[in-house]
Write a protein that binds this ligand. Structure first.
Ligand code: MGD
Ligand code: MGD
Ligand code: SF4
Ligand code: MO
Length: 723
C-alpha cells in the first residue's frame, strides 16, 4: 500500500511516500509532488518505520516497582493514579509544586500541543518549563519586543535571495530551523547559480560552510560584536535604507548611537573576524536588492544570544531587507497562530514571573529549564515536588544533566508521557506511552508558519493503532478531566479552550475550524475558502504561493511600529562591553566547547535505530591540530573534557575544521545508563555533552542556557577508555 504524508521528525516537513505491506513499512521515499520538498528527504526519514516497529518502544503504561524496575499496568489505573498524585501534591504544596516540562517533539505533534493547553489549564501549574529555553527563546524575545508577537518570527526567503548571510546554523545537516526549507543544499546552490553569494559565520567549517562562497570563523559567543560592527559600518558609511517600512520604524537614532563605539577594527581581536570582511559585507548588504541575514542555535544558546538575535533583526531592517521578497519575511499559514494568539492575548510576556531560587526572568509564563534542578532541590514555599515531562529528555538535553538526574530522584512524584524508557523517563514513577506518528493524523500548526513558502498539508494516520493505545492528546485530555474532577483550577482562557476542544472532540476538527477562519478561509468567499477537506484532497500538499509582505498590518506593538531599540536589549549592552576585554585574553589552557548536529541523529532519541548509529563513532570531540599538538592528542585517542560541572571522555578527531581554541562535541548522547531500555542506543552510547555544560551559566538577559562556548579543559585520558 502507498501512503502520502509529511515527515514530522524535524522542521523541514518533507513530503513522504511510504510503502507498507501487511502493516509493515517496506520503503520510505521523497514525494516528488510535494510543493515544498519536491522529492527531498534526509536519512532520518527512513528511520520512521524502524521507530514504528521498534520492540523497545513502549505500548502500555509502566509503574516503577519497589525494587526499582518497571511493571506494566492498565491505562485506567495509571491515569487515575497520576491525576490523584498530582492533585494531592498540589493540594499539599501549592500550584508551584507541580512542574511541567515539554520537550521538542511536542511542537511536531498537533495533539500534544493542544492537549498540553488543556492539561496545563486543568493543573493550573505556575512552574512551566520547555526546550524553548535551551533553543529559540532569544529569537522569540526579539520578535515579541520588536514586532509585538513572540510567534511572528522572520524567515529567510531563500529561494529569492541573492545574498544569504548565516550566523550559527548548519542547515545542510539540520535541514533548517525557524526556516522550514527542505533540501537546503539544493536551495543554497541555487543562490550561487543565479549569481548570488552565501556567507557563513561559524566556529566550525561546517557542511553548510563548505557549500557557501565564504566562511568566517567567529569566536563562540562574540556574534553580537560582529553584528554591532556591521551596523556601525552601515550607519557610519550612510548605508541605511529602511525604504517602505520607514514610517513604521521607531528607535533608529537610538540604534545608531549604540553602534558608534563598535567599529570593526575594535572588535576583530575579540571575534576573530577581520575588519575588512565586515566592511565589505555591510556594503554588500546595503547594495544587494535581495539579501537576508539569518541566525540559529549557534547564536541562540550562547552568552549573548539575546543581543545577537535582536541585532540580526535590526540589521535586516536598516538595510531594507525585512518583509521584502528575497529578504527576511513572514509566512502566512493556513492556520494562523499569530493572528489567533493575538485574539487570545497570547502575544507573549517577559519578566512577569521569576524563578524562585535565582530570580531569573520567565518568558511567556515559562521559566528557564536550566533552573529546574535547583527549584526541585531547594526547600521552601514553591519548591517543585512533582514533575510531568511530555516528549522531553532533559537529562540529556539541558545543562548539567547529571545534577538534574539526581534532583529527579528526590521528587515525590514524576510522570513521563513518552514512548521510551530512557535517561529521563527512567526516573519517573509512571510512564504513559503515546502512539507514534504513523498511527495518528497530523497537521503542522507550527512549521507551516515558519516556512519559506506557504503550503498546507494534512497527514492521515497510516496504520491502525492497537485497541489499548492512546494518542498524546487523549492521555492529556483524560488527565485534564480527572484532575479537574478532583478539584483542578482552570484559568478562564484555558478553560475556554478546554471546553472548545472537548466539544469539538478531535484536534482534526479544530484544525478544520481554524483553517476556515484563517487567512485563506474567510478571506475568500465561503464557497472558495480553504477547508481541511480541500487540504486532505491534495494528497501531496497544497501550494499557497510564495511569501508575501505582511507589514505593517501584522505589527502588534502598542504603537504599531517596529521597535528597533527595545529597552531590555539596550540595557544588556554594558554586559557585552565589559566582556569584550576578556575575550582577547582567554584563561590559560581553556578551550571553548560548542555543539554539533549530525545527519543521522535526532536530538537524543533517534539513536535506537541501527542504521542511524552503525559505522564510525559519531560522538567524537573535534580538536584543532594546534590545540591537539599542545595536549599530545591524536585522532582515535580518548580525551577527558572537564568543566566546572564534571568530566566526560570521548574519542578525539583532530581536524582543522574547528577554529583554534574551539572543540566540538554533539549533544543527545550518553545512553549507557542503568535501566535505559533502548538496546541499540545503549550499545552505541556516546557521552552526554550536557554533563559538562553548566546550569549556572545563562544568557542573563533572558535565561537561555549557554550550550555553545562552554569553557573546558581537554587532556589525554590516561585510561584511554570512553565513559
Ligand atoms: N548541549 C546541547 N544541548 C542541547 C542542544 C544543543 O545543541 N547542544 N540542542 C537543544 C535543542 S535545540 C533542543 S530542541 C532540545 C531538545 O530537548 P528535549 O526535547 O528535552 O529532548 P529530545 O532529545 O528531543 O527528546 C524528546 C523526547 O520525546 C520523546 N518523544 C518522541 N516522540 C514523541 C511523541 O510523539 N510524543 C511523546 N509524548 N514523546 C515523544 C522521545 O522518546 C524523547 O524522550 O535539546 C537542547 N539541548
Ligand atoms: N540531523 C539533525 N537535524 C536536526 C536536529 C538534530 O538533532 N539532528 N535537531 C533539530 C533541532 S531541535 C534544531 S533546534 C535545529 C537546529 O538547527 P541549526 O541551528 O541549523 O543546527 P546546528 O547544527 O546546531 O547549527 C548550529 C551551528 O552553530 C555553530 N556555533 C556554535 N557556537 C556558535 C557561536 O557562538 N557563534 C556562531 N556564529 N556559531 C556558533 C555550530 O558550530 C553549528 O554549526 O536542528 C534540527 N534538525
Ligand atoms: S529533513 Fe526532517 S522532515 Fe525531511 S525527511 Fe529528514 S527528518 Fe524528515
Ligand atoms: Mo531545537
Amino acid at each position: 500500500m502507498l501512503h502520502h504524508r509529511a515527515c514530522h521528525l524535524c522542521e523541514a516537513l518533507c513530503g513522504l511516500v511510504i510503502e507498507s505491506e501487511g502493516g509493515r513499512v517496506t520503503s520510505v521515499r521523497g514525494d516528488e509532488k510535494d510543493p515544498l520538498s519536491r522529492g527531498y528527504i534526509c536519512p532520518k526519514a527512513t528511520s520512521l518505520g524502524d521507530i514504528h516497529h521498534d520492540p523497545d518502544r513502549l505500548r502500555r503504561p509502566l509503574r516503577r516497582t519497589a525494587s526499582g524496575g518497571f511493571e506494566e499496568i492498565e491505562w485506567d489505573t495509571a491515569l487515575a493514579l497520576v491525576a490523584a498524585r498530582l492533585v494531592e501534591i498540589r493540594g499539599r504544596h501549592g500550584r508551584k509544586s507541580v512542574a511541567v516540562y515539554a520537550g521538542n517533539p511536542t511542537v511536531h505533534n498537533l495533539g500534544a500541543i493542544l492537549g498540553l493547553q488543556v492539561f496545563g489549564g486543568a493543573l493550573g501549574s505556575h512552574s512551566r518549563y520547555s526546550a524553548t529555553s535551551v533553543d529559540q527563546l532569544p529569537k522569540m524575545l526579539a520578535s515579541y519586543t520588536m514586532y509585538g508577537h513572540q510567534l511572528l518570527m522572520s524567515v529567510p526567503d531563500v529561494d529569492r535571495c541573492d545574498l544569504f548571510v548565516i550566523f550559527g546554523a548548519n542547515p545542510v545537516v539540520s535541514n533548517g530551523s525557524l526556516m522550514t526549507a527542505p533540501g537546503m543544499k539544493r536551495r543554497l546552490e541555487a543562490i550561487r547559480q543565479r549569481g548570488g553569494r552565501v556567507v557563513v559565520f561559524d566556529p566550525r567549517r561546517t557542511e553548510t560552510a563548505r557549500v557557501a562562497d565564504e566562511h568566517h570563523f567567529v569566536r563562540p559567543g562574540t556574534d553580537a560584536l560582529v553584528l554591532l560592527s556591521l551596523l556601525h559600518v552601515v550607519f557610519a558609511e550612510g548605508l541605511v535604507r529602511v525604504a517602505r517600512l520607514a514610517p513604521h520604524v521607531t528607535g533608529l537614532a537610538a540604534v545608531r548611537a549604540l553602534t558608534t563605539d563598535y567599529p570593526p577594527e575594535r572588535t576583530e581581536a575579540a571575534t576573530g573576524v577581520g575588519a575588512a570582511v565586515l566592511r565589505d559585507l555591510a556594503r554588500a548588504l546595503a547594495s544587494t536588492g535581495r539579501a537576508a541575514v539569518y541566525g540559529r542555535v549557534g547564536v541562540s544558546m550562547q552568552e549573548f544570544g539575546g543581543l545577537a538575535n535582536w541585532l540580526i533583526e535590526v540589521l535586516n531592517v536598516v538595510t531594507g531587507h525585512l518583509d521584502e521578497p528575497g529578504g527576511m519575511m513572514f509566512a502566512t499559514p493556513a492556520v494562523d497562530f499569530v493572528g489567533l494568539g493575538t485574539q487570545l492575548g497570547l502575544q507573549g510576556s517577559f519578566g512577569r514571573i521569576k524563578t524562585r531560587v535565582r530570580g531569573v526572568p520567565g518568558f511567556s509564563g515559562e521559566l528557564p529549564v536550566a533552573c529546574l534542578a535547583e527549584e526541585i532541590e531547594t526547600p521552601g514555599a514553591g519548591q517543585v515536588r512533582a514533575l510531568v515531562t511530555l516528549a522531553g529528555n532533559p537529562v540529556l538535553s539541558t545543562p548539567n544533566g547529571r545534577r538534574l538526574a539526581g534532583a529527579l530522584d528526590s521528587l515525590e512524584f514524576m510522570v513521563a508521557i513518552d514512548p521510551y524508557l530512557n535517561e529521563t523517563t527512567r526516573h519517573a514513577h509512571i510512564i504513559l506511552p503515546p502512539t507514534f506518528a504513523l498511527e495518528r493524523g497530523h497537521y503542522d500548526v507550527v512549521f507551516h508558519g515558519l516556512a519559506v513558502r506557504n503550503t498546507a498539508r494534512w497527514s492521515p494516520p497510516m496504520v491502525e493503532r492497537a485497541a489499548d493505545q492512546r494518542h498524546d492528546w487523549e492521555i492529556l485530555s483524560e488527565l485534564a478531566a480527572q484532575v479537574t474532577a478532583r478539584g483542578g483550577v482552570l484559568d478562564p482562557l484555558r478553560a475556554a479552550s478546554s471546553r472548545l476542544i472537548t466539544r469539538l472532540a478531535t484536534p482534526k476538527r479544530l484544525i478544520d475550524m481554524l483553517m476556515r477562519i484563517g487567512p485563506y478561509g474567510l478571506r475568500r468567499s465561503l464557497r472558495d475558502g480553504l477547508t481541511l477537506a480541500k487540504v486532505e484532497q491534495a494528497e501531496h500538499g497544497l501550494d499557497l504561493g510564495a511569501l508575501e509582505p505582511v507589514l505593517p498590518a501584522r505589527l502588534f506593538t502598542r504603537d504599531k511600529k517596529i521597535q528597533l531599540a527595545p529597552p531590555e536589549f539596550v540595557a544588556d549592552l554594558p554586559r557585552l562591553r565589559e566582556r569584550l576585554a576578556s575575550w582577547t585574553a582567554p584563561a590559560a589552557g581553556e578551550l571553548l566547547l560548542i555543539g554539533r548536529r549530525t545527519l543521522r541523529s535526532n536530538n537524543s532519541w533517534g539513536h535506537n535505530v541501527l542504521r542511524m548509529v552503525k559505522g564510525p563513532a559519531i560522538c567524537t570531540l573535534k580538536v584543532h591540530p594546534r590545540d591537539a599538538e599542545v595536549r599530545g592528542l591524536r585522532t582515535g585517542d580518548i580525551a577527558t573534557i572537564t568543566s566546572r560541572t564534571g568530566a566526560v571522555r570521548a574519542p578525539v578527531e583532530v581536524s582543522d575544521e574547528v577554529m583554534p581554541g574551539v572543540v566540538s562535541l554533539p549533544h543527545g548522547w550518553g545512553h549507557h545508563r542503568d535501566g535505559v531500555q533502548m538496546r541499540v542506543a545503549s550499545a552505541h552510547p556516546g557521552v552526554s555533552v550536557n554533563d559538562v555544560t553548566d546550569e549556572q551559566r545563562l544568557d542573563t538577559l533572558c535565561g537561555t542556557a549557554i550550550l555553545n562556548g562552554v569553557p573546558v579543559q581537554v587532556a589525554l585520558d590516561a585510561a584511554q577508555a570512553p565513559a
